[in-house]
Design a protein around this ligand. Structure first.
Ligand SMILES: Cc1ncc(COP(=O)(O)O)c(C=O)c1O
Length: 336
């Protein structure tokens, strides 16, 4: 029996089933299920040697009404397909992807945390090139794995602001690179800056674009968002991952009468914002308490408490995920 209230936001082993499919000779195999947490891959495989790998992160929730909802899995399917195209990997169809999510939630239903815990079942689809490759070229064979793990709420004691540092030394992605798709290489290139920021006492890195290092890109593995009066502002750039949470928050902000601005955001604008945050599936919104810019030596303070607008948006998105309000945008897929 799981102790739902003790769950961290990490891989929590359950012994539950995960799904595997393999692509060979131009066709995907039928789904196989296993409780093994390991995947045998060739030591010379394209995924291990050349990083031919894409992944997704999705959450399923137990609602206040007892219903089970998966949040926007179709959007994740579309995003993984975009990643597969960039890496020249084959991809299951969007419908098959969503069906696999529903299937794996059903098979792991006993590991779906109860409503009261505010925890969720995290789904992780992974696509990887399996052909042995010594020359650098696309993989003609691939694997697709989908597993589920229960995760605790990001903020156990309520939503708390974190401190971020602006980074201009290491780029996570390039304008014509792979920053706009969810592939492992983008995360590999962010490790050193993450480590350095942590050593300096900061919880998050605010990346700038790799041409001028002037415009904000992303905040760690999350999109950057800011509030200024009745405006919801978020950076636009070809190397930002299109966050499904951000897309949803933009819609909710618009529903609430905010003007949404998706445009290049200069680091110099930071002092003009009233509230700033990072958004993604894990935490929905992580407010930024402060941002330090090592170039100017300036630290901009946004406060030790989450701002009213970001808190309201956070609650509105959670209300939909937990079935507390009608899902007017048809975002959730219900699991019967
Ligand atoms: C680099 C990056 N940006 C943004 C996000 C947020 O995306 P989403 O809201 O779809 O989880 C993620 C996490 O998935 C990410 O890894």
């Amino acid at each position: 029996m799981m102790n739902w209230n003790e769950l961290e936001f990490e891989f929590n082993a359950t012994g539950g089933e995960n799904l595997r499919r393999y692509y060979k000779n131009g066709v995907w195999s039928e789904a196989e299920y296993t409780t093994s947490e390991y995947i045998p891959v060739h030591m010379c495989s394209a995924c291990l040697n050349y990083g031919l790998q894409a992944f997704e992160g999705i959450k399923a929730f137990r609602g206040v009404d007892g219903k089970v909802r998966i949040f926007r899995p179709y959007a994740n399917a579309v995003r993984m397909a975009a990643g597969a195209r960039k890496l020249c990997l084959p991809m299951v169809s969007n419908d098959e992807f969503v069906e696999a999510c529903v299937d794996i939630v059903r098979r792991n239903i006993e590991f779906l945390p109860p409503y009261e815990s505010q925890a969720a079942l995290y789904l992780r689809p992974v696509l990887f090139g399996t052909s042995p490759r010594l020359t650098v070229r696309p993989s003609s064979e691939a694997g697709f794995c989908l597993f589920a793990t229960p995760v605790g709420p990001y903020f156990k004691d309520g939503i708390r602001p974190i401190n971020a540092i602006v980074n201009r030394n290491q780029d996570r992605s390039a304008p014509l690179g792979t920053g706009d798709v969810k592939v492992g290489g983008n995360y590999a290139s962010s490790m050193l800056s993450y480590e350095e920021a942590h050593e300096m006492g900061y919880s998050a890195v605010l990346y700038t674009e790799s041409v001028e290092h002037r415009y904000i890109e992303e905040c760690g593995a999350a999109n950057f968002i800011a509030i200024k009066g009745d405006r919801y502002i978020t950076p636009k750039s070809p190397s930002i991952l299109p966050s499904i949470t951000n897309d949803s928050l933009m819609q909710l902000a618009e529903d609430k009468g905010f003007t949404v601005e998706q445009r290049p955001v200069d680091v110099a604008e930071l002092p003009t914002f009233e509230e700033c945050g990072a958004c993604g599936t894990g935490a929905i919104i992580t407010p930024l308490g402060s941002v330090f810019d090592p170039e100017s030596g300036e630290k901009i303070h946004y406060g030790d408490e989450v701002g009213a607008v970001l808190l309201d948006l956070y609650k509105s998105l959670q209300d939909i995920q937990y079935g507390r309000v009608p899902d007017i945008h048809n975002w959730c897929v219900e699991v019967e």
